[in-house]
Ligand binder design. Structure first.
Ligand SMILES: Nc1ncnc2c1ncn2[C@@H]1O[C@H](COP(=O)(O)OP(=O)(O)OP(=O)(O)O)[C@@H](O)[C@H]1O
Ligand SMILES: [Mg+2]
Length: 390
């Protein structure tokens, strides 16, 4: 149990090749070196489950390792339970970390692996045994306690690694892509195990992943990062509904949000989006946000999630799309539609009305999207126009 505060945290790595590689990746480089993490600010509440998500190289592991004390903090302050931690040794931070590679000791049994972090403590053999058993039960690995790691599956190994991390009742549990070595099915299963674990042990979690689905299902709040910079912090719902910029909009949600060129039209207190000939009125909530920001008529990028692009009812504004590809996914069909030469994806959920419709290639559909579900972006700044100046 702990609160964790990161205030203006920065990580600068010395640039060995004059920063060539880093610059190529798009990272900022200055006289001091490569800016791998910049001005990272986050207040983590006690027992909160925080997820860091973003593409490879965005600084997720570096930030996590700075919290654990495995990486020096170049600038800024790290507080755990209101105590400054910058110069505190990793072992004195009372934090446990789980890695993608499990990092188990191969010559030790599961029991010995899990007992290892307690060896240095003043606990008696019985007390250690009790704690190991307790953790093993939480993780369902009691029956493997006398096995060596090599006789375990990937999922079982990762459970042991988690067990070893939680025997000490750490203040916080840090996990760096713990599931990415597992196959898709096992990953889903372990994801629910982590949700259960979270209910059983009362601790603060920080979880790193590049998988947005994992982030959305696990996090109380998600920190989306790109090139060392926080893009947005929010609940899964906030990120999904109100992405702050094109990057977050494209990163969160699958299939990816459709981005189309369009125009914003203001009429009195109302706003309309003109996209591929359809004039769609935005919801009152969106109009109010835009009014507050003082947004006038302008060119925009229209963001529509595939789940929200649907067949228009009689009388609704629509654009016409011709089916290029139709992917049957079971209860859903992913349609790739050609709309004035651009590719728009629509996810159609099967209903008893549409199940015999037949979404064959070449068919033309009248499509629309509700004005409450459209996101609009400034093409120059790539920011969401509803929140642009926030
Ligand atoms: N020891 C180091 N020296 C120099 N640069 C480093 C060092 N460690 C990491 N970097 C750079 O810092 C940036 C952030 O790396 P980091 O490992 O935190 O990314 P990540 O978000 O965890 O990515 P991934 O998803 O690939 O694990 C990367 O561009 C990386 O090349
Ligand atoms: Mg990493």
């Amino acid at each position: 149990m702990a609160t964790i505060s990161l205030r203006h945290i920065e990580k600068i790595y010395p640039n060995e090749d004059g920063g060539k590689k880093a610059k190529k990746l798009g990272l900022e480089v200055d006289a001091r070196g490569v800016l791998a993490v910049q001005d990272f600010n986050l207040e983590i509440a006690d027992k909160e489950f925080i997820v860091f998500v973003g593409p490879s190289g965005c600084g997720k592991s570096t930030t996590l390792r700075m919290i654990a004390g495995l990486e020096e903090i170049t600038d800024g302050e790290l507080y755990i339970d209101n105590e400054l931690m910058n110069d505190v040794e990793p072992k004195d931070r009372d934090i446990a970390m789980v890695f993608q590679s499990y990092a188990l000791y191969p010559h030790m049994s599961v029991r010995e692996n899990m007992a290892f972090p307690l060896k240095m403590s003043k606990l008696s053999k019985e007390e250690i045994n009790e704690k190991v058993l307790e953790a093993a039960e939480i993780l369902n690995i009691t029956e493997f306690l006398d096995r060596k790691p090599k006789a375990l599956s990937g999922g079982q190994k990762q459970r042991v690694a988690i067990g070893r991390a939680i025997v000490r009742n750490p203040k916080a549990l840090l996990m760096d892509e713990p599931l990415s070595n597992l196959d898709a099915k096992l990953r889903n299963q372990m994801r629910s195990e982590i949700i259960k674990l979270r209910e059983k042990i009362q601790t603060t979690f920080i979880y790193v992943t590049h998988d947005q689905t994992e982030a959305m299902t696990l996090g109380d709040r998600i920190v989306v990062m790109k090139l060392g910079l926080i893009q947005q912090i929010g609940t899964p719902q906030e990120l999904y509904r109100n992405p702050i910029n094109l990057f977050v909009a494209g990163f969160i949600g699958t299939p990816q949000m459709n981005f189309e060129k369009g125009e914003l039209i203001k009429e009195g207190q109302k706003y309309f989006v003109l996209v591929h000939g359809a004039k769609i009125e935005l919801s009152e909530e969106k109009a109010n946000n835009l009014l507050k920001q003082g947004v006038e008529n302008r060119s925009i990028i229209v963001g529509m999630r595939p789940q929200h692009v649907r067949i228009a009812k009689e009388g609704e504004p629509y654009f016409t799309g011709r089916i290029d590809i139709s992917e049957m996914m079971g209860s859903e069909t992913y349609l790739h539609l050609n709309v004035d030469g651009s590719d728009i994806v629509s996810v159609i959920t099967e209903t008893k009305e549409n199940r015999d419709f037949g979404f064959e290639k070449g068919k033309e559909l009248k499509l629309t999207c509700d004005g409450a579900l459209i996101n609009i972006f400034n093409p120059d700044t790539e920011r969401n126009l509803e929140f642009e100046n926030k």
